[in-house]
Design a binder for this molecule. Structure first.
Ligand SMILES: [Zn+2]
Length: 289
């Protein structure tokens, strides 16, 4: 084993459940192989709705105010991150809107609007975070500090505008970190949405997760208010992971596009400078087409 490899994977998601849905099985697999997981939550999770399964099997959907919603979704994040042996790091960029607690109402954050309770005034909304040098620097400093072998995040084109905004923020922070000596890789996970047609049907590489699908769905299910039926055998995210597996020649897979491969070099092993790859880069490179 090459101890120069920093066995750390950083996953950065917009909302509570994005990391588990997109790369939960990859993180379970590599955490089991000794990797530390850096779990980064970009927004404050103040919006969204709560879905609850009722005793008759029906699902009741209701809204909560921003303070209750942030508390609820962060508690669910804590639970999921614990399974991955870590605690979430919250960047707390406000979401673009929130529900003040009144059924049906949705308030959008705009210039000059009063912010809801519990939201600091000096952290820009996720939609403009990538334009804010301090926000980019804060994340690039975190990337340098953790020095992961790979950073995993949303793809640039996603129907959810907050997902795309996170991608831009992470990508800017990544290149700033590279400028300051970071040698890890960056990959975008696939949004899985068919709206972009063929664009979303292509990926460069994958992680085979045949043995991790059940545990992935358990992990997804930690986000009870978003994924109350994660244990269902026909849950959409289970079927999507299986469908991708079939496309990749296995039973279950999570799929990615490279932005940059890890570029760490050392001469410790061979006496001359050569690239060093940990297990996750090795699998990703092996599966790259
Ligand atoms: Zn999301």
């Amino acid at each position: 084993m090459n101890h120069e490899v920093n066995r750390n994977i950083m996953a950065i998601g917009a909302h509570a459940d994005d990391i588990e849905v997109n790369v939960g099985a990859t993180l379970l697999k590599y955490h089991e192989m000794g990797y530390a997981i850096t779990y980064v939550m970009a927004t404050n999770n103040m919006s969204g709705s709560v879905s609850e399964v009722q005793s008759d099997g029906s699902i009741k959907v209701f809204r909560e105010g921003p303070v209750a919603m942030m508390g609820r979704r962060k508690r669910e994040c804590d639970e999921a991150a614990r399974v991955l042996g870590t605690v979430p790091i919250h960047l707390d960029h406000p979401q673009r809107h929130y529900h003040p607690g009144v059924e049906g109402a949705c308030l959008e954050l705009r210039y000059g609007c009063a912010l809801p309770e519990g939201v600091p005034a000096d952290v820009p909304s996720i939609l403009t975070a990538a334009d804010d040098a301090a926000s980019v620097s804060r994340l690039s400093t975190l990337i340098l500090e953790k020095s992961p072998e790979c950073v995993l995040t949303h793809t640039a084109l996603d129907p959810n505008i907050e997902h795309s905004a996170v991608c831009t923020l992470v990508t800017k922070a990544f290149w700033e970190a590279v400028e300051n000596g970071f040698t890890g890789g960056l990959l975008y996970w696939n949004c899985g949405h068919s709206m972009y047609g063929e664009f979303s049907m292509r990926w460069d590489t994958f992680i085979q997760v045949d043995q991790y699908l059940d545990r992935k769905m358990e992990l997804v299910g930690k986000h009870r208010c978003q994924m109350p039926t994660a244990s269902a055998p026909d849950h959409g995210h289970r079927l999507l992971t299986e469908w991708r597996g079939k496309s990749c020649g296995c039973r279950a897979a999570e799929v990615f596009n490279w932005v940059r491969r890890p570029a760490r070099c050392s001469k410790m092993l061979t006496g001359m400078f050569s690239p060093i790859f940990g297990e996750i880069s090795t699998e990703l490179l092996h599966n790259t087409r």
